[in-house]
Design a protein around this ligand. Structure first.
Ligand code: SF4
Length: 456
């Protein structure tokens, strides 16, 4: 019996220049290449493609790197450039426009993506069974996109930094490629999550990464704009919803992006309290007063903005006046969606040692009063939407009716928009529809499905 000869592994040549940091980058790329089944070629002519890791520190190093790229192009012809010279604007492309791709340093993922595009990786019977977008537990049409892990704050009621450490932002190119893979697999709504979304990139000093061969900063505004540029295979703009955003000044730029339609006009900001003294005890960064001003400024920039927030009632030492301050804040700020928890001590949290803890019954009573007030505010806000036309995404079908969400509703935590007539319209789960809102409760909306000719 003839035994099939195993196919020869694709071969990659590698030129590594520069300092020990560049050397480590080279080692990472080579390790990844080998673990994916590529062979490493010791010569140009035995390679199917060459990766050149460059240095851009001084003029002599730039010269040496450009020469090495030129040599690889002359000897082999298929060249991917990575390393410090790649981060220096268009120096590489200007000198050698034939290179296949250019990335900055510390960019294993981007280099591997370029390698995959020009030299497909060998078939692996195990890993090739995993879908490109990974295994997901959410419905096909929406997905969570985690952009960082950990947190640099030390809120006294929270033990997340002790468990997960300081903020570590994922490389922006990696986040974008995951988002693209999700969209290609049918996702229409990306829910951006982290412990502190507005701090994205602080830990890497907003380093410039690469996406689709273009530089892209590891920063909230730039990431949001790039995510907002994604289109479904049918050419529709993907919904991008932002969670866990802290009200740092640069968030104003993201609100402008919302007003321009770049991302959904929806922001989930955990304010937690309104009293400056309690916020200080909580070790939260902002004061209640400036938050109110910020909310007003945001609404001026983007009047359709939906604001969701969470609060804690009955924090240790919270006086009746301070609790009233919290109620006044939610009355004045008219937040759309609000959750409130009665303070509950978490093992290991610094707040446990604070004086004057409130009895459990009092904490719960304050939470109930808070939610009663918020329910009236929420009903008022929803009633104001009656008569408006909303684009909605269908989460579930029950008989002839749909349970959907508008831009103002995040899955699982906010309300829904219900409407009927899906059978005749041929609509299913994961489809978009346009409805006119006809009535509201304190939490949900009901609407009438519009035909194309009724949408003008
Ligand atoms: S509550 Fe949020 S911001 Fe504060 S320490 Fe915990 S994770 Fe960080």
């Amino acid at each position: 019996m003839a035994v099939a000869k195993p196919a020869q592994a694709p071969r990659v040549g590698f030129v590594s220049l520069g300092c020990p940091k560049a050397l480590v980058d080279s080692e990472r790329i080579l390790t990844q290449l080998r673990s994916e089944g590529y062979a490493i070629s010791p010569s140009y002519d035995g390679a199917d493609l060459v990766v050149v890791n460059t240095c851009g520190f001084i003029d002599a190093a730039v010269e040496e790197s450009l020469d090495a790229i030129g040599e690889a192009l002359a000897e082999n012809g298929k060249v991917i450039v990575t390393g410090c010279l790649g981060a220096k604007g268009s120096v590489v492309q200007d000198a050698h426009p034939q290179v296949l791709a250019v990335t900055g340093p510390h960019a294993t993922e981007e280099v591997m993506r370029a390698v995959h595009a020009h030299l497909p990786k060998p078939h692996d019977p195990f890993s090739d069974l995993v879908p490109a977008a990974g295994i997901r537990l959410t419905p096909r049409h929406y997905a969570y996109l985690k952009i960082s892990e950990g947190c640099n704050h030390r809120c006294s009621f929270c033990i997340i930094p002790a468990m997960r450490g300081d903020l570590v932002s994922r490389p922006v190119g990696e986040v974008m490629r995951e988002a693209e893979a999700l969209v290609a697999s049918g996702v229409k709504e990306l829910l951006v999550i982290s412990q502190d979304t507005s701090a994205y990139g602080v830990d890497v000093k907003y380093r410039t990464g690469f996406w689709e061969g273009r530089p892209l900063r590891t920063r909230m505004k730039e990431l949001c704009a790039a995510l907002g540029s994604l289109r479904t295979p049918e050419g529709e703009q993907v919904w991008v919803r932002l969670h866990y955003v802290y009200p740092y000044p640069h968030v104003d730029e993201v609100i402008e992006l919302m007003a321009e339609g770049g991302v959904l006009p929806y922001i989930d900001v955990p304010f937690q309290h309104a009293s400056p003294r309690i916020l200080k005890l909580m070790k939260r960064p902002a004061s209640g007063e400036s938050n109110l001003e910020r909310i007003r400024a945001w609404r001026r920039i983007c009047p359709e903005l939906t604001i969701r927030s969470t609060f804690i009632a009955g924090f240790p030492g919270e006086t009746a006046e301070e609790f009233q301050q919290l109620l006044d804040f939610i009355e004045e700020s008219e937040l759309d969606r609000v959750g409130c928890f009665a303070y509950s001590p978490v093992e290991g949290a610094a707040a446990n040692a604070l004086p004057d803890p409130l009895p459990q019954a009092e904490r719960e009573a304050r939470q109930a009063r808070f939610m009663q007030l918020q329910s009236r505010i929420s009903a008022r806000r929803l009633k104001a939407r009656v008569g408006s036309v909303q684009r909605v995404l269908i989460d579930a079908i029950e008989g002839n009716g749909a349970i959907a969400r508008s831009a103002a509703d995040a899955p699982e935590i906010d309300g829904v928009v219900r409407f009927s007539g899906v059978t005749k319209a041929g609509l299913g789960v994961g489809d978009w529809a346009t409805v006119r809102i006809t009535s509201a409760t304190s939490h949900d909306l009901r609407g009438k499905l519009l035909r194309a000719d009724e949408m003008q």
